[in-house]
Write a new protein. Sequence first.
Length: 201
Amino acid sequence: MEADINRPFDAVITVPGTFSGIAALGIRVDNNTLVGIEFLDPEISVLETRANKTVTTTVTITGNTRHPVNQGTNKNNKPITGYAKEVVNQLEHYFKDPDWCFTLNLGKDGTAFQQRVWKKLQDIPHNKKYTYGDVAKSISSSPRAVGGACRSNPVPIVVPCHRVVAANGLGGFCGSKNKKSKKLQIKQWLLEHEKKDGARR
């Protein structure tokens, strides 16, 4: 099932440290499958239903380690349950240990080509960087096509598109190529995070 960007998140977790203004990750699951991860600003706008009308509500991400956003509000602060809890647990492991290997069920959305690229990204070792050309050569494709598949990746971090870089720089990340954008700063943060343990080996 493809993630519905208008559907409330099944969980929102704050991120240790800071992603240059990005405070949290929004997580969407479908039964026992992870279908979406989004980087969130400190204040996010989500949809909720009031008197049979859909309106936008702003939710402020607090210092809580983890909490759900259900129907546009986290006021009830209900425990995260189901597969969202497993996703949260594994992401928290990753932020503590950059060598953590995810074992999550992923959605099957995307074209056959995108699925090939995303599968290849999961084979890239921690603390390693491949260029778009490296990935393209391994699947007999082009760097531009690989970049497009990376841009469409619905579950960054778990499918590590941040480990794919340009031949002469970081390249893009989550649809952004602006070197001063928050998304490129996130990509740099993730690469530095994974370098921590690798540098000690």
